[in-house]
Design a protein around this ligand. Structure first.
Ligand code: DQA
Length: 144
């Protein structure tokens, strides 16, 4: 089983950026956490600040045949129809994750172009949200 963990714009800055909102752990720490949680599935990590690279990575599902995605598109969540269309074009099932509670923040963050096409959304649980998403994927895989 293959899972794509995709982090979008500005998430390479985790640990340095607005730590009161996003915490002091880095993207590397996140990858270590998810890798140590999971022994069963093949995890692929991808982060980019480029819309084009994100879209191409999603399109690569046609060849890579991911079983599931765990996606945090950062600010693109609230604005980006092209990334939404990319997911729809390759039919890749995914969970949407946000580290911060976007609903307790500015109103423009209350809109997501992805929630209605996600299998589920996990919001406001910090890095644990990615772990919850992965645990759910593992549970689904094991039929429990
Ligand atoms: C975020 C929330 C977005 O509103 C913001 O632009 C981010 C991070 C989160 O994980 O909380 O970059 O996706």
């Amino acid at each position: 089983m293959k899972v794509l963990v995709l982090n979008g714009v500005n998430l390479n800055m985790l640990g340095k950026r607005e730590t009161e909102l996003y915490g002091s752990e880095t993207l590397n720490d996140l990858e270590t956490r998810l890798t140590s949680l999971n022994k069963d599935v093949d995890l692929e990590f991808f982060q980019s600040n480029s819309e084009e690279d994100i879209i191409n990575k999603i399109h690569s599902h046609k060849e890579e045949k991911y079983d599931f995605g765990i996606f945090n598109f950062g600010a693109h969540t609230h604005t980006n129809i092209a990334i939404r269309d990319a997911i729809l074009s390759v039919k890749l099932p995914f969970y949407e994750v946000h580290i911060s509670n976007v609903y307790a923040r500015e109103e423009f963050r209350h809109v997501s172009f992805f929630s209605d096409i996600a299998e589920g959304s996990i919001v406001g649980f910090g890095f644990d949200g990615y772990e919850f998403a992965l645990l759910k994927i593992l549970r689904n895989k094991n039929g429990s």
